[in-house]
Design a protein around this ligand. Sequence first.
Ligand code: ADE
Length: 241
Amino acid sequence: MGMRVDIATLFPQECQNYLDQSILGRAAARGYIETHCHQIRDYTLNKQKQTDDYPYGGGCGMVMYAQPIADCIREINRQVEESGRSKPHVIFMTAAGKRYSEEDAKRLAEYDSLLLVCGHYEGIDERVIEAFADEEISIGDYVLTGGELAALVVADSVLRLQPGVLAEEKGYQEESHWNGLLEYPQYTRPEVWEGRTVPGVLLSGHHANIQKWRQEQSLERTRVRRPDLYALYEEKEKGTK
Ligand code: ADE
């Protein structure tokens, strides 16, 4: 049984549409992964199906009620357990969460199932986070109007690491961030495009030279573009010598 990801959101169709496309859609159709998006609004108990209200203490924006989110999570937990799995690892997407990285993607890829909860508007009643969250994740230091894009970022980056999703395991092992460095530049046909040529070494067929060139490009790019990552990489290298 491949990994299962559930998303609780006010925009389940938009999220499911994304997950059903391209590489992830194909992997799901072949049974390597499973994705399910759920409408939080279906769990409201008021006639207007309202999901949010004014914040206690005042301030701008609206805050999502705890109750519909809690009942939606309970129902998803039930469905996941009914399918023969253990309770999912529950993650709330919030700008106030811990910042996400490829390290987290690798860690989360080890779970049998994840439940990603998306807030919308200004926030979510803290009590439902306290009651249900195993962790809170932010995808970066900026604010989105909702957690949906963040949940899709986490789902995508975790699911692509599952066996059967990418054509080759090497597909991700040479990419940016896998080893803490940025990826080297890539080229495909034609050899000359609008006067720009492909670096000669890549056409040489000399495997060792190609490897060496790519490693140098990776290091140089990281040094210039991401001095923070470069410093970490240097520390790590020193430790292994
Ligand atoms: N919701 C709003 N902003 C967010 C962010 N940066 N990461 C995760 N969820 C969010």
